[in-house]
Design a protein around this ligand. Sequence first.
Ligand SMILES: Nc1ncnc2c1ncn2[C@@H]1O[C@H](COP(=O)(O)OP(=O)(O)OP(=O)(O)O)[C@@H](O)[C@H]1O
Length: 124
Amino acid sequence: MKIGSSESLQYNFSTIKAATNDFSENNKLGRGGFGVVYKGKLIDGTEIAVKRLVGNSQQGDIEFKNEVLLVLKLRHRNLVRLLGFSIEGKERLLIYEFLPNASLDRFVFDQTKRTLLDWETRYI
Ligand SMILES: Nc1ncnc2c1ncn2[C@@H]1O[C@H](COP(=O)(O)OP(=O)(O)OP(=O)(O)O)[C@@H](O)[C@H]1O
């Protein structure tokens, strides 16, 4: 895939800013090793999870785009789907499909819920 064809997967920063209510505290879903994750809703109603990568990345725009395009090619039922990305100035956002059930670890490490996931199911 060429960089040129990435444009449709590239979202305007302002679109995502609006979708997350300006990265509001109320929309915060959690924090991971790469930044804070916010819940958002696009104009068409699609629910998204936006990962706002933490600053001082030395990675250039082209390298970032290439890496994102590589991940966009991955499709697996057990992988959360990356919908696109956004770049503006030092801001780098990754846009994922929203998963209502939060992360799997809540199931695997929860005393009650872990019984719902037997090992046979976990291997699928
Ligand atoms: N697609 C999503 N839908 C709903 N919630 C999400 C989604 N992605 C992440 N989250 C929430 O944001 C939190 C942080 O996610 P993130 O993927 O950044 O980190 P992590 O997987 O917990 O840790 P690490 O970044 O260290 O691997 C998750 O624990 C989850 O609650």
